[in-house]
Design a protein around this ligand. Structure first.
Ligand SMILES: Nc1ncnc2c1ncn2[C@@H]1O[C@H](COP(=O)(O)OP(=O)(O)O)[C@@H](O)[C@H]1O
Ligand SMILES: CC(=O)N[C@@H](CCC(=O)OP(=O)(O)O)C(=O)O
Length: 292
């Protein structure tokens, strides 16, 4: 914690934030890269438990892209991405569900509880938490026109069962959500975890959406970190291909969440110890804020 104490406000200075945020909901997307080592896992767990103890309703949505890659590789299954989304056939879908729900979700719940939390792991199928539908991805065709691309069992969230989340919260439990959705026929969908976090934040009318990733924040073409980006500039940065790959769903879901009433959206570096507390309890925060 020395690292944090050096940079953060004293407890007295943090009091206004604590008063402002107590009782509010923060949705935190915990990316697969931010789970890189034991030190980071412990620091994340302590941050989240601290938020809960201050009366903040933290809801965790985790990723697990690198963990899925590892398992697919072991099985000799190739995988490709379009605009940051994994093309998911039936075989890939079963590996995705096994890794996200069976492995990563239980691991995250395990270390949150080991550090004193009351985490409960859920996939989008539990209590139909994430009712979903197939996502058709808008992408640029070779001739420059826009086309809708079918990338298999990749979904978008249609409805979030907020009652289930509120019920857990009222019992002081901490929901930890794996980004696997369920369709009307009971079929599974692989959903980008940033997208799930944005939809969950909007459904809960959250105060903050925080995406933890593996880079300092959003950068421009020269590699300069942008402290904030307006939604209009974000579209330009995507057009100019300054924002590419996995950063596209992040910025887009932040913008969508803001449009749907979430108060603030941040993309921060999950490789930094206590990144969550640094964002919330320091005046300037860290990383990139997406603003309307
Ligand atoms: N403009 C940009 N600023 C920062 N990172 C970017 C940008 N455009 C693309 N990226 C890439 O997006 C990556 C983060 O997306 P991704 O790997 O999907 O993260 P996560 O696993 O945390 O969801 C960064 O590591 C970086 O390589
Ligand atoms: C459709 C899609 O791309 N789903 C993601 C789900 C996991 C995820 O989003 O994990 P990170 O946040 O760690 O990248 C995937 O298959 O990798």
């Amino acid at each position: 914690m020395e690292h944090l104490i050096g940079k953060a406000n004293t407890l007295m200075e943090a009091l206004p934030y604590i008063r402002r945020f107590s009782g509010k909901t923060f949705v935190i997307k915990y990316g697969g890269h931010a789970m890189a080592d034991e030190r980071l896992k412990a620091s994340f767990a302590l941050d989240v438990i601290m938020l809960k103890s201050l009366g903040i309703n933290a809801v965790i949505v985790h990723g697990g892209g690198p963990q899925i890659n590892q398992t697919l590789k072991r099985y000799g299954i190739e995988s490709e991405f379009v605009r940051g989304m994994r093309v998911t056939d039936a075989e890939t879908m079963s590996v995705v569900e096994m890794v996200l729900v069976g492995q990563v979700n239980k691991e995250v719940v395990g270390y949150l509880n080991h550090h004193g939390g009351r985490a409960v792991g859920l996939s989008g199928k539990d209590g139909t938490l994430l009712l979903s539908k197939k996502l058709l991805l808008e992408a640029k065709a070779e001739d420059g026109s826009r086309e809708l691309v079918d990338i298999g069992y990749v979904g978008d969230v249609v409805k979030v069962n907020t009652d289930l989340i509120r019920t857990l919260e009222s019992g002081k439990y901490l929901p930890v959500i794996a980004p696997v959705g369920v369709g009307p026929e009971g079929e599974s969908y692989n959903i980008n975890a940033d997208l799930v976090a944005g939809r969950v934040a909007a459904a809960l009318n959250a105060e903050k959406l925080i995406l933890l990733t593996d880079i300092e924040g959003v950068k421009d073409k020269n590699g300069t970190l942008l402290g904030s980006i307006a939604v209009a500039d974000m579209h330009r940065l995507i057009e100019e291909e300054a924002i590419t790959g996995g950063m596209i769903p992040k910025v887009v879901c932040c913008a969508d969440a803001l449009n749907e009433g979430v108060k603030k959206a941040h993309i921060i570096d999950g490789r930094v110890e206590h990144a969550v507390l640094l964002e919330i309890f320091t005046d300037g925060g860290i990383g990139t804020e997406i603003v309307k």
